[in-house]
Design a protein around this ligand. Structure first.
Ligand SMILES: NC(=O)c1ccc[n+]([C@@H]2O[C@H](COP(=O)([O-])OP(=O)(O)OC[C@H]3O[C@@H](n4cnc5c(N)ncnc54)[C@H](O)[C@@H]3O)[C@@H](O)[C@H]2O)c1
Length: 235
């Protein structure tokens, strides 16, 4: 759910960078996860059908997506798992571990700060911030929660480009403005609100309640489809 689109639906590209549809960019991490699982099972190659099934997409879409990376696989053999991992990681910019700042160390912030999965997926949480004096100074794992007033200095010192917002909605825009002023150029927003950011800053939003509401729609539709027609009731 990117909040920013450039109109063409394509991710902005530089001269040596493949022009990728946003939908392809969104599927690349799924392929990467599936490929890592295959590599862990010592699988050297995978067919487009096998990888598509593992990633939960259709194989024609997968072949098209990977063709954007110049990856076509070998007829009768499929894709080289390790090579494809390297290509996708290169395009996603995961060859270097990216420093992330997490703002709002409440219930959600604690859970995110303790999630070990970021490190293996190309990210490390470099700083934790909160505005509550009772939270500032608290130890969370190996880190100490800092005062949000330090954000400019820390973002600069730790070369942080991505900020994660886990504050209440009423504080999120102010936090986003501060992160952007400090030099952050990508924001992952957990607060249930729309953020306004300048051009050049990317925002993605995560909202489990919206996902549940979409599932609710499907539940609603299924029950409508399976309901007996009114006149059949009682016959
Ligand atoms: N996206 C999702 O699926 C999802 C799921 C759960 C919660 N949320 C949202 O995540 C946010 C956090 O939820 P929570 O349960 O952890 O809340 P919480 O109240 O436990 O924690 C919020 C923290 O933000 C801090 N804070 C407030 N204003 C701040 C500011 N200006 N600068 C820095 N820190 C500030 C508070 O001191 C507190 O520690 C809420 O907006 C909630 O709606 C989203």
């Amino acid at each position: 759910m990117s909040q920013r689109a450039n109109g063409s639906g394509f991710a902005t590209a530089g001269p040596d960078f493949p022009d990728l549809p946003e939908a392809t960019v969104a599927r690349l991490p799924e392929y990467l996860r599936a490929l890592h699982n295959l590599a862990e099972d010592d699988q050297d190659t995978v067919s487009s059908e096998g990888l598509a099934a593992a990633a939960g997409v259709n194989s024609a879409k997968l072949r098209k997506d990977l063709s954007h990376l110049g990856s076509y696989g070998t007829r009768g053999v499929g894709y080289d798992v390790q090579l494809l991992i390297e290509q996708i990681e290169q395009v996603l910019g995961l060859h270097e571990s990216r420093a992330v700042a997490l703002v709002g160390i409440g219930n959600l912030g604690h859970a995110l700060a303790g999630y070990a999965g970021f490190a293996t997926r190309g990210f490390h949480i470099a700083a934790l911030f909160d505005a509550d004096p009772h939270r500032v100074g608290e130890r969370v794992g190996t880190m100490t929660v800092r005062d949000i007033a330090e954000v400019e200095a820390v973002v600069d010192a730790e070369r942080i480009s991505i900020g994660v917002i886990a504050t209440p909605a009423h504080a999120a825009q102010r936090v986003a403005d501060r992160l952007v002023a400090a030099g952050v150029t990508s924001i992952l927003n957990f607060a249930p609100c729309v953020l306004v950011v300048p051009d050049g800053v990317d925002v993605r939003k995560v909202d489990l309640a919206i996902e549940l509401q979409i599932l609710s729609f499907h539940e609603h539709r299924k029950s409508a489809l399976t309901a007996l027609p009114a006149k059949a009731v009682g016959q």
